[in-house]
Design a protein around this ligand. Structure first.
Ligand SMILES: NC(=O)c1ccc[n+]([C@@H]2O[C@H](COP(=O)([O-])OP(=O)(O)OC[C@H]3O[C@@H](n4cnc5c(N)ncnc54)[C@H](OP(=O)(O)O)[C@@H]3O)[C@@H](O)[C@H]2O)c1
Length: 318
């Protein structure tokens, strides 16, 4: 029960190194304050690559170096147990959100604080797992396609890393918008990408993108090894481009092509819209593993391996 002096279980990182340095410890339940007034009891928390990068000393916010020891985790679903502010959502409401991104993570724990504008109500019929799996990847994909990429119907978008957490959202949202989708994935994930709405899947392990002879209006890149994008016959000055990953320091041409990397930002309106699509069966968030905090390595190692094929979740209440 949340209250003054009460404790909770949380995964804690004492110093940057690796996700393997995370330890399950007992810490005070965080106290809501004026900015982060909502206390959520976490039912499910999704693991994203950014959480592993944080543990490795490459956080999205360099200021996290001054906040060690810290608990990673941005994507959560759970129940509001206290609201010390003036949020619209009542205690007891099931909510999900990308909380504290990038400067105040904490989702890999039994309780986490959130700003009222970071969490939205989970519609009836949507489970905690699906809800936790959605915010960071869904918002990233939406913002890449429509805010940065300006995608419109009947255009063609190239999605690299189509089988990833972000890639699966990119394919579905672009397809639903009426765009043609070309995606890269390993052969074993080709069927998954096609089922989500990819019109053409290129197996990056055996085929070059240069074999794709069609006009590309937008590239949304989620992987680092994408040199062959530059040599695609349908890619040129007309091609808008968004990279969600930092590109290797020695890949000058690729870095010049993509330019700066946008960072996802919270957006309650878009998140509510995406959740509504999930509730209607028009958007899927595919969960591949769920592990209690005490067995977190099952979820963390899967994301670390880079081929999870969906979202890996922690279940702090289990
Ligand atoms: N800028 C931002 O705000 C932002 C937001 C979210 C994520 N990101 C970044 O975006 C990246 C992807 O995130 P994610 O959550 O989608 O990761 P993920 O779920 O681990 O997926 C990674 C995917 O990459 C694919 N892949 C690996 N090498 C590939 C290659 N050479 N060509 C094509 N696909 C390849 C894998 O597909 P196969 O299994 O088919 O091999 C895997 O499914 C991460 O680096 C993450 O940090 C950035």
């Amino acid at each position: 029960m949340a209250g003054q002096g009460a404790t909770m279980r949380a995964l804690r990182l004492a110093a940057f190194g690796s996700w393997r340095d995370l330890r399950l410890v007992s810490v005070p339940i965080p106290e809501p304050d004026a900015e982060r007034g909502v206390l959520v009891r976490v039912q499910a928390a999704a693991v994203n690559p950014v959480d592993l990068k944080t543990c490795a000393g490459r956080p999205a916010d360099p200021g996290l170096a001054d906040r060690l020891p810290l608990t990673p985790g941005y994507d959560v679903a759970g129940e509001i147990v206290r609201d010390a502010g003036e949020g619209d959502l009542a205690v007891g409401t099931r909510v999900c959100g990308m909380v504290g991104f990038p400067s105040a993570p904490g989702g890999f724990a039994e309780y986490v604080l959130a700003r009222p504008d970071e969490v939205v109500a989970i519609p009836a019929g949507v489970g905690d797992a699906e809800a936790a799996a959605l915010p960071l990847v869904g918002l990233t994909a939406w913002q890449a396609l429509f805010e940065h990429g300006g995608l419109s119907a009947s255009e063609t978008v190239l999605v690299t890393g189509g089988a990833g957490g972000v890639g699966q959202q990119l394919i579905q949202l672009a397809h639903a918008a009426g765009a043609r989708v070309v995606a890269t994935a390993s052969a074993r994930n080709a069927g998954l990408c096609a089922a989500l709405g990819a019109d053409r899947v290129v197996d990056y392990t055996s085929e070059s993108l240069t074999a794709v002879d069609e006009r590309i209006d937008l590239v949304v890149n989620t992987v680092t090894a994408v040199d062959d994008v530059l040599a695609m016959p349908g890619v040129g000055d007309h091609t808008r481009r968004v990279t969600l990953v930092s590109l290797p320091g020695d890949a000058d041409a690729l870095r010049d092509f993509f330019g700066s990397r946008p960072l996802v930002h919270p957006d309650a309106t878009v998140l509510a819209h995406l959740l509504d699509r999930v509730a209607r069966g028009a958007l899927r968030s595919r969960v591949v593993v769920e592990a209690p905090l005490g067995q977190a390595e099952r979820a963390l190692a899967l994301v670390d391996a880079g081929h999870a094929g969906g979202k890996a979740l922690l279940r702090p209440a289990d």
